[in-house]
Design a protein around this ligand. Structure first.
Ligand code: CP
Length: 320
């Protein structure tokens, strides 16, 4: 049974197949063709954390595939009252695919290990494979083919999003440069790092000029925790950590000056939500190289491809 957890399980050929599927399904949508390939199938979406893009793109995607989705959160279900393993086994009896935004990747892995239905890690503390594959779709489109993407740079904190993007790109033979003064310790997966480094495609440096030279894409994500703020003001108990992070990470902010100085032809990407003035400036979001909103849209097309691939239905699109 196929699962999408960390990209460690996927080969280069799996990634290319999912990419081709997403490109074809997007083209069909743009041509006004229906893709009702999943009638009577249900996607269960379990969220232990908040979401805008992941929820909407998976839910809309399942609708456009002719199926149905059910949104569950921890607060309004019985998950907080009982053993997770028992409850998730019951939930999976009702559905064809489980999409799970979990606090702990180990819970996603537990659900997948039961091999009842395909399971997607929809952003745990360690992985965000649906985002990584969507980003590969965006880069392939903007570069006229993923084979034309030679180098990407990740700026800011090394985390769940960078983990899966790094591994997916490294598997495709893309040079990945990580410019991160800190690693989110909860995100560390030594086996993932070993797999990525074994490709010979990963470089870690804090030298911006070296990192950004000839970059095709620059990616970033938040390095400020949103619980630090209340009504736009920093809560007193987080003031020290807020100042420390600003000092540590601001030199690695994506802004127009940085782009124009070091990587004028690079495209700018951010998985969103944006935290303007922290990891990215407004002038970078509005920069001519920004592809951030196309990147957000591509979540929809890629989520459909992921669901079809997990259900081993790719032939119905790739051979049509
Ligand atoms: N990028 C992303 O996963 O967005 P959401 O947190 O809004 O789902």
């Amino acid at each position: 049974m196929r699962h999408l957890i960390s990209i460690k399980e996927q080969t280069k050929w799996d990634i290319l197949s999912i990419l081709e599927l997403a490109q074809k399904i997007k083209a069909k949508r743009q041509a006004g063709e229906l893709t009702n390939l999943l009638p009577n199938k249900t996607l269960v979406m379990l969220f232990e954390k908040t979401s805008t893009r992941t929820r909407i793109s998976f839910e809309t995607g399942m609708t456009e595939l002719g199926g149905h989705s059910i949104f569950l959160d921890k607060r309004t279900t019985q998950f907080s009252l009982t053993d997770f393993s028992d409850e998730i086994q019951a939930v999976m009896r009702y559905a064809s695919v489980l999409m799970f935004r979990a606090q702990k990747a180990s819970d996603v892995e537990l659900a997948a290990s039961l091999n009842q239905i395909p399971v997607i890690d929809a952003c745990s503390e360690k992985y965000h494979p649906a985002q990584a594959l969507s980003d590969i779709l965006t880069m392939a489109e903007k570069s006229g083919g993923i084979e034309n993407v030679k180098k990407i740079v990740w700026l800011g904190i090394e985390n769940n999003v960078s983990n899966t993007l790094m591994l997916a790109c490294a598997k495709l033979g893309i040079q990945v440069v990580i410019v991160a003064p800190e690693v989110d310790q909860a995100s560390v997966d030594s086996e993932l790092n070993r797999q990525a480094e074994a490709t010979g495609k990963v470089l870690r440096t804090l030298d911006l000029a070296t990192a950004l030279a000839n970059a095709d894409y620059i990616h970033t994500d938040t390095w400020m925790n949103m619980e630090f703020f209340d009504g736009g003001q920093v809560k007193p108990e987080f003031q020290t950590e807020y100042e420390r992070r600003k000092q540590t990470f601001l030199p690695f902010q994506i802004n127009a000056e940085l782009i124009d100085t070091f990587a004028p032809r690079a495209k700018i990407m951010h998985c969103m939500p944006l935290h303007i003035g922290y990891e990215i400036s407004r002038d970078a979001v509005n920069h001519s190289g920004s592809v951030i909103f196309d990147q957000a849209e591509n979540r929809l097309h890629m989520q459909k491809a992921i669901i079809l691939w997990l259900l081993e239905k790719e032939g119905e699109i790739l051979n049509s």
